[in-house]
Design a protein around this ligand. Structure first.
Ligand code: PEP
Ligand code: MN
Length: 347
């Protein structure tokens, strides 16, 4: 990873740097951070002569040789100072809340507009709403592209950014054309490397944020962080990690709540962690406790399913959506826990 002395290389400097690395069979991928651009060396970056030539340039501060499969997302990466912003929140400085229904009902847009307004009033910063849904049962409602217009309208009415899941490249294009601010990669696609690559390429020139859910099966944490690296490697480092419960579950819960991995993730990566308690426990009655535990574990935010009339919702809403009143109370308590958090002294 090449760190220039100034915030970014000039076009002439980039040409010179590219010529050097290409002579060693490598390429350059600029990663545009909020303040600074860094330059990943794609290929085998261990050649001492290449490093020496790069470090010999007057406008290069240093070349980092982080030996990590996720060198951009690594806590030691220069991107560690990168801050992701959405809905008026800078991740890490205050609790980010993403809330809304599991699934938008295209036959009842008013219910979504009402919910969007209500979750905004409850304190959410981003409105979520499933347009296309990954359903275990192929005979159930799979989503509808028409819901994208409903999502756009809710964005106009509330003034808040919106989040929706995409499952393939066609949906990705539609969502980006519609101005979806946050793209969700669901648990079932969290290890779909061609989709992750396609998303990385598509968001490279944009401010879009990607909410990457953890895969359903309890894989090693490096696998989760490396999935984020697939996206960031194309130039947009705005990736948020979202633990959402893994399988198998203790009897009574939908999944095995995994908010407890937050401190471990934070040790390895600078990426913000936004926990989804709704899919973890899968029942509205258990969601607030799981949300509070997530914040106690150090989460930067929460992604919670909420609906004005859960019983009239579709998808997961009748079982796991919080009402706006319970959401507001959960957010208030979560903020209290946030203020109690202190960096723990280990020595
Ligand atoms: C969802 O957010 O509604 C969803 C389907 O999430 P996950 O991919 O975590 O199951
Ligand atoms: Mn859901």
């Amino acid at each position: 990873m090449i760190l220039p002395s100034n915030n970014r290389l000039t076009p002439e400097q980039l040409v010179e740097v590219t010529r050097i690395v290409e002579a060693f069979g490598c390429q350059i991928q600029p990663i545009v951070g909020a303040v600074r651009t860094i330059y990943a060396i794609v290929g085998d970056e261990r050649d001492e002569l290449m490093i020496n030539r790069l470090e010999g340039l007057s406008y290069i501060d240093r070349v980092d040789k982080i030996q990590s499969p996720h060198k951009l997302m690594d806590r030691r990466s220069d991107l560690a100072t990168h801050r992701i912003k959405i809905g008026g929140v800078t991740l890490g400085t205050e609790l980010l809340v993403i809330a809304g229904p599991c699934t938008i009902d295209p036959k009842n847009p008013e219910l979504f507009y009402e919910t969007a307004q209500a979750v905004k009033e409850a304190g959410a910063h981003v409105i979520r709403g499933g347009v296309w849904k990954p359903r275990t049962n192929p005979y159930t409602f799979q989503g509808d592209s028409k819901s994208l217009e409903i999502l756009q309208e809710a964005r106009r009415r509330t003034g808040l950014p919106v989040d929706a899941e995409v499952m393939d490249e066609h949906q990705l294009k539609l969502a980006l054309d519609a101005g979806v601010d946050m793209l969700q990669v669901g648990a079932r696609n969290a290890l779909n490397y061609s989709l992750l690559r396609a998303i990385g390429k598509a968001v490279a020139e944009r401010n879009t944020i990607v909410l990457l859910k953890r895969s359903l099966h309890m894989g090693p944490l490096n696998e989760f962080i490396s999935a984020a690296e697939y996206i960031a490697a194309f130039g947009n480092p705005n990736v948020i990690l979202c633990p959402r419960g893994t399988s198998p579950a203790p009897e009574g819960y939908r999944n095995y709540p995994d908010e407890c991995i937050t401190p471990l993730l934070k040790e390895k990566t600078w990426a913000p962690v936004v926990v989804d308690p709704s899919h973890s426990v899968g029942r509205a009655a258990y969601v607030p406790a799981c949300a509070l535990a997530a914040v106690a574990y150090g989460a930067d935010g929460l992604c919670i399913e909420a609906h004005v009339k859960p019983s009239q919702g579709i998808g997961d809403d009748p079982k796991q959506a919080l009402t706006p009143a319970v959401l507001a109370e959960t957010i208030a308590q979560a903020k209290q826990i946030w203020t109690l958090r202190r960096p723990v002294k280990t020595a």
